[in-house]
Design a protein around this ligand. Sequence first.
Ligand code: FE2
Length: 197
Amino acid sequence: MAFELPALPYAANALEPYISANTLNFHHGKHHAAYVANLNKLIEGGPLASKALVDIIGKAAGDADKVGIFNNAAQTWNHTFFWNSLSPKSGAPSAALAERIDAAFGSLAAFKEQFKQAAVSQFGSGWAWLIEDNGKLAIMKTGNADLPLAHGKKALFTVDVWEHAYYLDYQNRRPDFVQTVLDRLVNWDFIAANLKA
Ligand code: FE2
């Protein structure tokens, strides 16, 4: 069965003024949609057509003959994960999550600083991640479509740092985009739920 573009978990204007409806309409309606459509074309009629998305990613990762499938499957997954990583009702981490963050990074401010550093230093297109690695929270960055799953790591939260994620609102100011997401839009409940999963 073909994959479908999942609806955004909030209205396209819900993240304004930090991320515009214009950005979300292009990012979700054009970029994410294109990854889903390309993935469906690439797997149609083949042995991967009936597989779950994470299984397709796992099978295609590191396979030189399946680079296109990997890229489009990973980007399909990454974007859905990114939409869920954001929330118009960000709030603050629960006490339990704050404790995990303090244990790993020293403080919430230090977490944000280290995450921002990873996001800003990712050369070219890619993603910054909060992951759980051997029971500890950690930060990771990946290039292009790459993702923690392909490295045996568990993703908890991500920020898309491809230019299409911020250019309409922030032009070349990736640090401002990342800082705004960290200060205003983090879905802390999603992180906590992923930790328990
Ligand atoms: Fe994107």
